[in-house]
Ligand binder design. Structure first.
Ligand code: PRP
Ligand code: URA
Length: 228
């Protein structure tokens, strides 16, 4: 192919397409409205928790849209007929501690049979790299469709590391669910785990010098648990 500005643009858009094809951004008005309230620095702990719960429930509706179904015979009071029910792998949800915990209840309301595994990671404030301190997964995690939960995808270090732990334990069906992502975080996860679909309520502008998402909502863990 001849190398000129049009080809360069073509290659750029082709890469952008690949970059975005596994990223699902929810632009639903209810989600956007609730998220805007969460972003407000004057929103207190209780309301912040409730909103995260509600948004997580709304998001999982879309995250599960492509789950396989199978026809099952059901006897209604009128007759027997075939209807769709969920088939395929059972679901596991994996909150990244701490802030991912805030997304568990909303999701469990819609998928009450999901098993829950926990991955404990904190971000070293100097290096911004994740440090693991806990990991407890369902025994059959590798046979499940796993949803990794964390409200914030900033540098992507924590999510990429959590997904890496899961893969080392033989898990390969993994989706990442975040409330807010920075492009830097999406890029890192996609580079390290190109097989993983990423679901976000908002794709923000960038990171600041301290690795916080701009405009973001501040420190999700602290706002959720009132630790600052
Ligand atoms: C936050 C957030 C993510 C991580 C995102 O957790 O909940 O886990 O930072 O940043 P990254 O994409 O740059 O890794 P934090 O380390 O503050 O721990 P916490 O949830 O216990 O507050
Ligand atoms: N972790 C958070 O809680 N917020 C950010 O903006 C970045 C990392």
């Amino acid at each position: 192919m001849e190398y000129n500005i049009h080809n360069k643009l073509f290659i750029f858009y082709e890469r952008l397409d690949t970059f975005m094809s596994k990223v699902h951004v929810f632009d639903h008005p209810l989600i956007q409205h609730k998220l805007a309230i969460m972003r407000d620095k004057n929103t207190g702990c209780k309301e912040f928790r409730e909103l995260l719960d509600e948004i997580s429930m709304l998001m999982v509706y879309e995250v599960t849209r492509d789950l396989p179904v199978e026809e099952v015979e059901v006897e209604t009071p009128i007759m027997t007929a075939k209807f769709n029910m969920l088939a395929g792998k059972p679901i596991g949800i994996i909150p990244i501690l701490r802030a991912g915990l805030g997304m568990v209840d909303g999701i469990m309301q819609l998928i009450p049979n999901a098993k829950v595994g926990h991955v404990g990671l904190y971000r070293d404030p100097e290096t911004l790299e994740p440090v693991e301190y806990y990991c407890k997964l369902p025994e059959d995690a590798e046979h499940r469709e796993l949803f990794v939960l964390d409200p914030m995808l900033a540098t992507g270090g924590s999510a990429a590391a959590a997904i890496g732990f899961l893969k080392k334990r033989g898990c390969n069906n993994i989706r990442l669910v975040n409330l807010i992502a920075a492009p830097e975080g999406i890029e890192r996860v996609q580079k390290e785990h190109p097989d993983v679909d990423i679901y976000v309520a908002a794709l923000d502008e960038k990171l600041n010098d301290h690795g916080y998402i701009i405009p973001g909502l501040g420190d999700a863990g602290d706002r959720l648990f009132g630790t600052k």
